[in-house]
Design a protein around this ligand. Structure first.
Ligand code: SAH
Length: 203
């Protein structure tokens, strides 16, 4: 997975590659999918949701430019896999999932596997998780037409947000927004992606 799906497609950040090497993806998928845990694609995790393709996880984590002391917000915990990868690079990860069953399962899995700096909450991630804001990095693992305004508000100065944006025939682009010091945002389009929808009040 590391060489064929990540390095050969251009993932170069060593911390990202090390984290992807360390997290056992087979523990985040259903037992009947374990033999496909390192395949180059998404897999079902229940509730009609998917664990993202490994390359896409690595791409997003690299794109959000994490530092060791960063506080991260993830929207869309799903299986907890991306949260585990983020937790090995950053200081803390706060992750919000709207499906109670998925949030519960991810919390248990992350605890069992010893990812002690991750907190999972069931809730509407389009509203962020204001108690722990501001965040140095925000990763949104589901797509919407626009970046939910509460997420921009919860980004620290100099912080980065990575999210699939777009809808309909145009499809989705992975977008990186950076909050500059005066509170204005710059946006870059990083490439085409396809994610499950972000469903929520500000989505
Ligand atoms: N990062 C996950 C993959 C997530 S798939 C992993 O590594 O496994 C996207 C997830 O976003 C789904 O679990 C879906 O239920 C969740 N989701 C969609 N809208 C949401 C919202 N408004 N708030 C929180 N989670 C949301």
């Amino acid at each position: 997975m590391l060489r064929r799906h990540l390095v050969e497609r251009g993932i170069t950040d060593l911390r990202v590659l090390e984290a992807m090497a360390a997290v056992p993806r087979e523990r985040f998928v259903a037992p009947e999918c374990r033999n496909r845990a390192y395949d180059d694609g998404p897999l079902p995790i229940g509730e009609g949701q998917t664990i993202s393709q490994p390359y896409v996880v690595a791409w997003m984590v690299e794109a959000v430019e994490l530092g060791r002391e960063d506080r991260v917000l993830e929207v869309g915990t799903g299986s907890g896999y991306a949260a585990a990868v983020l937790s090995l690079i950053a200081r803390t990860v706060h992750s919000v999932e709207r499906h109670a069953a998925l949030a519960e399962a991810a919390r248990g899995r992350l605890r069992t596997l010893g990812y002690a700096n991750v907190r999972v909450r069931r809730g509407d991630g389009t509203l962020g998780w204001s108690e722990h804001a501001p965040y140095d990095a925000i990763v949104v693992s589901a797509g919407a037409r626009r970046v939910p305004p509460p997420l921009r508000e919860q980004l620290a100065d100099g912080g980065r947000l990575v999210m699939p944006v777009g809808w309909g025939w145009r499809g989705q682009s992975l977008v990186r927004e950076r909050r500059e010091r005066a509170g204005n945002f710059t946006r870059e389009k990083l490439g085409r992606v396809r994610f499950v929808p972000l469903i929520g009040e500000a989505g």
